[in-house]
Write a protein that binds this ligand. Structure first.
Ligand SMILES: Cc1cc2nc3c(=O)[nH]c(=O)nc-3n(C[C@H](O)[C@H](O)[C@H](O)COP(=O)(O)OP(=O)(O)OC[C@H]3O[C@@H](n4cnc5c(N)ncnc54)[C@H](O)[C@@H]3O)c2cc1C
Length: 288
């Protein structure tokens, strides 16, 4: 359980970090909270020759209202999001999701940027990031670019970030109008990761029908995904037990579900449908 030898660098600016990553492209890896990378190094699943610790770069940990969106710095910890009064008020899905991650130690050290950049298929954040239609701001040698949540999670432990790019910020559109949400999770009893995690964000029209629904699913497949068929089935509907159940039945449409010692493919599909129903229902009753 001891990692292979590596060099440790702690830049204090983004430019310095980008230079280190560019100059050591074959062997450098970014270190954020270390709660996924260090265990992977101890198991020799990752053997970077250099760690570029971005924890000393100023102004990478923040939660700010900026016009029509909320800006969250990549180094913001799960706990900072869980305890943010601003987010509890304007986007409670984020603190709710954060509260489901690991334990207090993990939430105090792990970062939202590290979690989404890692794209763990059982990580909690990707479901919420998709449900909230967030944008990822990446900075690299060619400047800055934004990537939509739907395009960001590419596959198992793979994102749209290119080598040498740093995820700098996550931008979440400010929910407006009658907006309700829920995050529902089945925790793996040993690791606490999501066997299934469902994030739902619903905007209600004045007459109470569902104007838009956004559903992110994690834990089920090799990467988090948008349950587009569920969203389409909810749109324009009056929410009730029947319409919710009919929509949730589509939670794994077109998806190759994972199978492991704890949960078979069929069981995972079943859990995803049950917990999608539960998440929509929880969101719905929060305004009844
Ligand atoms: C015991 C335990 C239980 C856990 N339980 C859960 C759980 O229930 N739910 C859950 O979602 N997670 C869980 N985690 C994982 C935890 O949330 C991690 O903190 C998170 O996955 C990674 O964030 P980090 O800041 O630790 O990133 P690191 O481990 O430092 O980095 C992870 C990866 O992302 C890359 N990276 C990091 N930051 C950036 C950036 N800004 N730009 C580009 N690349 C970057 C790194 O190079 C590395 O490849 C658990 C971890 C542990 C140890």
């Amino acid at each position: 359980m001891i990692p292979a030898v590596f060099e440790y660098r702690a830049p204090t600016t983004i430019d310095e970090a980008l230079s280190l990553l560019a100059a050591n492209s074959d062997e450098a890896k970014i270190l954020a909270g270390g709660h996924s990378l260090i265990p992977a190094m101890k198991l020799r699943l990752a053997q970077p020759g250099m760690l570029v610790d971005i924890g000393r770069i100023k102004d990478l940990a923040y939660i700010r209202e900026q016009g029509d969106h909320i800006a969250i710095g990549a180094m913001t910890t799960h706990y900072q999001i869980e305890s943010s009064a601003l987010l509890k008020k304007i986007c409670p899905l984020l603190p709710d999701c954060a509260s489901h991650i690991g334990d207090v130690q993990v939430r105090n050290k792990g970062t939202i940027g590290g979690s989404v950049a890692h794209s763990d298929p059982a990580g909690d954040w990707p479901a919420a990031i998709i449900a909230l239609n967030a944008q990822m701001v990446a900075v690299g040698a060619n400047g800055e670019r934004t990537i939509n949540a739907d395009d960001f999670f590419v596959d198992l432990l793979t994102t749209a970030l290119t080598p040498g790019e740093i995820l700098r910020e996550i931008r979440v559109p400010k929910p407006s109008g009658r907006f309700v949400h829920s995050y529902q999770k089945v925790r793996h009893p040993a690791s606490g990761f999501a066997v299934v995690g469902i994030a739902v964000a619903i905007k209600l029209a004045a007459e109470g029908t569902c104007e838009t629904a956004s559903v992110g699913v994690t834990g089920v497949a090799s990467k988090a995904y948008r349950a587009a068929t569920v969203e389409a089935a909810l749109k324009g509907q009056q929410l009730n037990d029947q319409t919710i159940a009919q929509a949730a039945a589509h939670a794994t449409d077109g998806v190759d579900a994972n199978s492991d010692l704890y949960a078979s493919e069929d069981y995972r599909r079943h859990l995803a449908q049950v917990f999608t129903k539960r998440a929509i229902h929880q969101a719905w009753i929060s305004i009844k």
